[in-house]
Design a protein around this ligand. Structure first.
Ligand SMILES: Nc1nc2c(c(=O)[nH]1)N[C@H]1C(S)=C(S)[C@@H](COP(=O)(O)OP(=O)(O)OC[C@H]3O[C@@H](n4cnc5c(N)ncnc54)[C@H](O)[C@@H]3O)O[C@H]1N2
Ligand code: MOO
Length: 397
């Protein structure tokens, strides 16, 4: 079977996946979800004209002549006293600017004796004042639909009086780890058995990237057991990720069972190294299946590129993920004539230029270079080597 180009695989996700339905949620619950509509400010920011400093509200035109203190305005406790010529009001940061005042003298430049103040230097009109609506007017758009909600956006929405936002439902993910030889932590290894790396990897990757906890289950290399497990996973999740059993071996049942459960294949086998046997399909109800190979290095690459794209489309992101950046290769590297290479690299950005070094031990069953790896670089298939100094694309790992 011919291998599909990696760009084409990414294009097929975009063409085949629709964002999940939207729901209105309290702002505090929206972290990591993607906005389905653009929230607008319910109050202007700042909400009222206020002091930016602890000091004295007064009239700038009085220059350095002595002022008489006539009241206090604290944050949350405005005064209704008006500041007249030769008068001042004690004011604290965030307090409403009293009528009549047009400047605040911070207390560091004021000599105070009882209720009499003298400024050591004059202040300009508007000094230390934050004006109502100077940052945002009521009704201003705070963020765009398609943007992922961050902690900073949550703070902005809260301050602008937006208590609920419309977001796409976050994709629910189920993970099926296949393989008779794969054992979970703590169990004694028998002959030919290995510890499971992919369950912990997928779970940690999902949490690390803000997609939440997936449900992880284990299944033997048995057609019927897989059918039962995959059927249940497709019921409960929007995206099912399987590990192992997707190549051409006698016990590679994932493509067969997926087909039997009505998951239509969109592609199988991508021209990438590692991760070639990747299988992607969709059921009529929109449920997606990414069948990843068993080799953990391949799973890492399939998560960073493929799961990222699928989760972005399902989640309603407008900008395609992952977002590739440019860097400079620091030592020549072999290309692969048939498959694009996805190479774990060390990144140095200390002088503002992205310098990239390929790490040793890149095979798809290997993970030990991850202690030193910062990024994944994309080296398109070709017959000539990648030379030192060439520009290449990368994403953070
Ligand atoms: N004749 C061919 N053989 C293979 C081909 C091919 O084109 N022709 N492709 C190779 C490539 S490339 C890959 S990648 C693997 C993928 O095979 P599977 O997806 O069927 O994966 P498995 O055979 O189940 O496992 C591969 C490897 O990974 C280990 N493994 C599996 N699960 C885990 C886990 N959860 N944690 C840690 N390690 C795991 C497993 O023991 C195997 O060593 O196929 C090649 N073969
Ligand atoms: O595609 Mo496999 O992951 O190269 O070894």
């Amino acid at each position: 079977m011919a291998l599909l180009a990696l760009e084409e695989a990414l294009a097929r996700y975009a063409a085949s996946l629709r964002p999940l339905p939207t729901q209105r949620v309290p702002v505090e619950m929206a972290l990591g979800a993607v906005l389905a509509s653009a929230p607008v400010a319910r109050v202007s920011l700042p909400r009222f004209t206020q002091s930016a400093m602890d000091g004295y509200a007064l009239r700038a035109a009085d220059g350095t002549q002595a002022r008489h203190l006539v009241g206090t305005s604290a944050a949350g406790s405005p005064t209704d006293v008006t500041v007249g010529p030769g008068q001042a009001i004690r004011i604290l940061t965030g307090a409403v600017l009293p009528d009549g005042a047009d400047a605040v003298a911070r207390q560091e430049i004021v000599d105070r004796d009882g209720d009499t103040l003298v400024l050591r230097e004059p202040v300009r009109v508007g000094a230390a004042i934050r004006h109502e609506g100077e940052e945002l007017a009521e009704g201003a758009v705070l963020a765009e639909a398609g943007q992922r909600v961050t902690s900073g956006l949550i703070a902005l929405f809260a301050m602008a009086g937006v208590h609920e936002v419309d977001v796409h439902r976050r994709p629910r993910v189920a993970v099926l780890i296949t393989g008779d030889e794969v054992l979970r932590a703590g169990q004694p290894l028998g002959p030919g058995q290995v510890y499971d790396a992919n369950g912990p990897l997928v779970r940690a990757w999902m949490v690390e990237h803000g997609y939440g906890e997936p449900v992880v289950a284990y299944v033997h290399d048995d057609e019927h057991a897989l059918e039962e497990a995959l059927s249940a996973a497709l019921e409960s999740a929007d995206l099912v990720i399987t590990s192992g059993g997707v190549s051409v071996g006698d016990r590679d049942y994932v493509p067969l069972v997926a087909d039997r459960l009505g998951v239509r294949r969109v592609f199988w086998k991508v021209a990438q190294k590692p991760g070639k046997p990747l299988w992607y399909g969709l059921r009529d109800d929109g449920k997606a299946l990414l069948g990843m190979p068993g080799n953990p290095g391949a799973v890492l690459v399939c998560l960073a590129i493929h799961a990222r794209a699928v989760l972005g489309h399902l989640g309603g992101e407008t900008a395609p993920q992952p977002a590739w950046r440019q860097g400079t290769l620091q030592a020549s590297l072999d290309a692969d004539a048939e498959r694009d290479r996805l190479v774990r690299m060390r990144l140095d950005l200390s002088d503002g230029i992205a310098r990239l070094w390929a790490l040793p031990r890149q095979e798809s069953h290997m993970l030990s270079n991850l202690a030193a790896a910062h990024v994944l670089a994309w080296l398109p298939s070709r017959t000539t080597v990648f030379a030192e100094g060439e520009r290449i694309a990368w994403i953070p790992l």
